[in-house]
Design a protein around this ligand. Structure first.
Ligand code: F6R
Ligand code: ZN
Length: 190
């Protein structure tokens, strides 16, 4: 067997994921972002400041049992985004490109409902519905942000190349070309 020196050899393993709740008991990494981590990302900054002042609630979590962050390995996670709104805008993740921009990602929605917003560095914009049993393919070069438009957590399982990394790049300053609001009881993307 040839071992490529850029890719660490590890033994196979398996773990359990609760498909209803997203619980991954073997996870050892737990990323937690409260509302305050989203400063500058929502359209209504007064509503955002009020939310943070009013208890800075949990926004989203990511659970992982990491593998080597190297070409050849596949990183995977459970992402759990809470329901809620900042003003009229639904809770969302920060969103990112991959540092190795030519790496894609697969998201499988397990529970809840929402959207995956995607954009390219040259301004293309695309979105896909997320709901239980629906897979979204995020191709290389597309930044991605999930949005929860439901009343329960939006839970998804994601898989992406181990060397992909996260690049928040222009999202910190420019956001995405579309935002998801509730207006007159309707979900609108504008
Ligand atoms: C990994 C990936 C997810 C997100 C997670 C949090 O490539 O897309 O694991 O990292 O949903 O989102 P961000 O990183 O945008 O805060
Ligand atoms: Zn990603």
């Amino acid at each position: 067997m040839e071992i490529f020196d850029t890719t660490t050899f590890i033994p196979p393993f398996a773990l359990d994921i609760d498909l209803e709740t997203g619980a991954m008991p073997d996870a050892t990494n737990h990323l937690v972002r409260n509302a305050s981590a989203m400063k500058g990302h929502y359209a209504d900054s007064a509503a955002f400041d009020a939310l943070v002042a009013n208890g800075d609630p949990l926004h989203y979590e990511v659970f992982e049992k990491p593998v080597p962050e190297e070409y050849g390995h596949l990183m995977y996670c459970i992402s759990k985004l809470q329901p809620g709104k900042v003003g009229d805008e639904f809770f969302m993740t920060k969103g990112h490109y991959h540092t190795v921009v030519q790496t894609g990602e697969i998201y499988l929605a397990l529970a809840g409902e929402g959207f995956m917003l995607m954009k390219t560095q040259d301004g293309q914009f695309h979105y896909e519905r997320m709901q239980r049993g629906r897979m979204v393919y995020v191709p290389p070069y597309w930044a991605h942000r999930s949005v929860n438009t439901g009343s329960e957590p939006l839970i998804s399982f994601c898989v992406y190349p181990g060397d992909g990394g996260h690049n928040y790049g222009d999202i910190e300053t420019e956001g995405f070309p579309g935002r998801v609001f509730e207006k007159n009881g309707e979900i609108v993307i504008e």
